[in-house]
Design a protein around this ligand. Structure first.
Ligand SMILES: [Zn+2]
Length: 318
């Protein structure tokens, strides 16, 4: 349980029963989404504490941090911003969370709304450092002496995590991965967390992200060689269908909007690179991009936005 909470958590049933829906602290002149940025409710902090993060406490953003968060929100795709404008209750930050955790996506029971609560130290982190810390936990040092580094370029950890978490919001609001016929599910997932047999047997699907034990570093190349033959853009995408969707969308946006890239490098004890992997270039992953583009285009036209707004209206969709 502790491990799962450290990672991005979605659909874990952390419905926040009984929380008052506060009037949001709209600051004069701030864009609509930035006005949702506020310290998390104590009940949300208590979820972190209950999961073993005893030092979790609300983080008060500095004016500079607040500007950065607002800018990152405004950089999200139009579809994401539309969903957030309709459904985001609060975006908050917490201190006292271990360095490999990212945050919490928590639906507000019975409202269709949700809170997003992120580890505050993300605000000062590079994307590469964030991803390297997360990925190294999958592997155990051994006599190979190999060391893994993830190079993520184009944006920072905050923007990546916001893209990932808000893609969960898009997924839930539009009922995407809940639909087995969805192009984001069909042929990949038998249900929310069960892979189709051909993928379930892949070494890429045997890591701690799917409940496996740490893989000896000497076997890391087997894992990444296998990943290149799957439709997943990252190992974290193997965790469950919503994570697969969030990773696919986040990395597509980082690649196309921010000009970023993703690479995993294995270096020997002398620091010499012996293997390098670029999961976004894998053919089966690239084949899914058209579905992402079609989804994002839904918010490109006035007609599309109107249809989405009707769907997202409190009396409309989920
Ligand atoms: Zn996630």
């Amino acid at each position: 349980m502790r491990t799962r909470l450290f990672a991005c958590i979605v659909n874990i049933g952390l419905a926040l029963h009984g929380l008052p829906v506060h009037a949001l602290d709209a600051a004069a002149g701030e864009p609509a989404l930035a006005s949702r940025v506020a310290p998390p409710e104590q009940e949300v902090v208590d979820r972190f504490v209950a999961a073993g993060m005893r030092d979790a406490r609300p983080h008060a953003l500095t004016p500079t941090e607040r500007l950065r968060v607002g800018k990152a929100l405004e950089s999200l795709p139009a579809l994401h911003r539309l969903v957030l404008e309709k459904r985001l209750r609060r975006l908050g930050f917490v201190d006292g969370i271990p360095g490999h955790g990212s945050g919490l996506f928590s639906p507000v029971a019975g409202t269709g709304q949700f809170d997003i609560t992120l580890r505050a130290s993300l605000l000062g982190e590079s994307l590469g450092d964030f991803l390297t810390t997360k990925e190294r936990r999958l592997f155990a040092p051994d006599e190979s002496g190999l060391v893994l580094t993830v190079d993520g370029t184009g944006t920072d950890a905050l923007t990546y995590v916001l893209l990932h978490e808000t893609s969960h919001a898009v997924d839930r609001a539009l009922g995407l991965t809940a639909d087995r016929r969805s192009p984001f599910v069909d042929g990949v997932w038998a249900d929310r967390a069960t892979l189709v047999p051909s993928l379930a047997s892949s070494p890429a699907a045997g890591t701690a992200f799917r409940g496996g034990e740490p893989v000896p570093m000497g076997k890391a190349s087997d894992v990444y060689d296998a990943l290149a033959h799957t439709p997943f853009v990252s190992l974290y995408a193997t965790a469950a269908a919503p994570e697969d969707f969030a990773e696919l969308v986040a990395w597509h946006v980082i690649s196309t909007v921010h000009g970023g890239s993703l690479a995993i490098t294995l270096r020997n004890g002398q620091g010499v690179a012996v293997s390098r992997y670029e999961p976004l270039a894998a053919p089966a992953a690239r084949a899914r991009i058209a579905h992402v583009e079609a989804l994002l285009r839904r918010a490109d036209t006035e007609k599309g936005r109107d249809a989405l707004q009707r769907l997202l209206d409190p009396t409309g969709g989920s």
